[in-house]
Write a protein that binds this ligand. Sequence first.
Ligand code: NAD
Length: 488
Amino acid sequence: MSTTADAGLEFFGHVIDGEEVESLDGRRFATVNPWTQQQWAEVAEGSASDADRAIAAARRAFDEGPWPRMGRAERAAHIHRLADAMEQHAELLARLDSTDMGKPLAQAKHDVARSVWNFRFFADHQRDHVGEVLPMDSGHHSYTSYPPVGVVSAISPWNFPLMMATWKIAPAIAWGNTCVIKPAEDTPASVTQLGRLAIEAGLPAGVINVLNGYGVPAGAALTGDPRVDRVTFTGESGTGKLVMSSASQQLIPVSLELGGKGANIVFDDADLDNAVYWAVEAIFRNAGQICLAGSRLFVQAAIYDEFLARFREAAEALVIGDPFDPATQFSCLASEEHFTKVRSYIDSVEQDGGKILTGGLDPDGRWLVRPTILTDLPLDAKQYRQEIFGPVCVVNSFETEDEVVHLANDTRYGLNAMLFTENLSRAHRVSDRLRAGTVWVNCFFIRDLRAPFGGVGDSGVGREGGNFSREFFTEPKATVMQIERKPR
Ligand code: NAD
């Protein structure tokens, strides 16, 4: 369990085989609170040997342990107990994410609730699922079953530390697999705490193993190991290519949820109050550190000036402050490194031909970029084309449906898009033409966990959610039975 080091810092170890442990070589690294800019905890720094230990524990738990062999209802009950434990410790889990990455506490609490729901949903989904029976004319029938695959490596990013990790762990273990999760190095705390809760909740040892450390060596060691059966990764598109390349050496199937540059389209017949509310949420929630961010906003010419004025006013009204202050709606970026990256897009706006309508850097020297709206940028500007992953919205106007569909699709990404209109036919027509894994009409960020989730192009490979997760985390199997013996 948690120990306190000499410096009075929290310590987060690895959770391997039902125990919290140090790295084999005793190495630790610092995790920093980006609001105070102070180190607040020490974390076990995983090496390839620690990864080996974690994979071996998951392998043993799968090959010899009770988890894949127990009944579906019993496994679901275990997972609900873990979800109960998370609810009991919801405040702590939320505080860990806020401390690690500067997320406003109210948003972190919302993330914890969604993380709990990830477990409850997939526990019930596997318990209640039905296979198919396929009657055949030949005197046979076929039926399908969904046995687990084995050991799942899961690698998650820092923007929704607990939520992204549980989105992977929950379906993996619900379907009877065991897993090793590596949280991002900037945000190890909440996932380690989840590993502790799994022990407390009585999950068999080795079902959820948490490996802390950097992408290389710890993450990389999980992607190409022949004892691993699936790799599920969320992070940058460039890292996703490395993960896929490594996994391909062992023919390990991958699911990749990668970057985005979401288009947000506002037609002139939209309900403007609703559109402004969601436009703000889509780019300024979590300080814009959302793969699904509506970072390219297209507004139809007839309402451009009015919409922009209202969007600006709403952006400037966001309460900026300490993530732990309950009134705070917007806070700092997750790390100094990320702040430096986001800042580079702001520093060159004028040189790149654009204007800062509002926002920019924080005058107090924090790792904070204020809610920022950019206009007048050429369509080849880096702010318009690259994923900034911060609170920076690039706004353009458009005249026609055809034009905006072309603009929205003119990106190597294709994770999601939003469109706002009160015209039902137009909503369906435009949604159909958008090259994106998810299209939200008159809303944003609402999820049904049965729906496919994933991206087109550089936004990813594969889909997860509901039966799509089932297909990935199981080995769908056909059994063909003779019913009637026919003369040969
Ligand atoms: P990242 O790619 O830098 O890191 C993600 C994870 O991969 C971390 O745990 C990291 O340690 C690990 N990693 C790094 N190098 C590795 C390697 N060679 N092998 C294995 N693992 C390695 O991404 P990030 O900066 O943590 O997260 C931000 C990115 O994640 C953004 O691009 C964002 O759009 C994307 N994202 C996508 C989704 C989605 O669902 N599509 C959701 C959230 C975030």
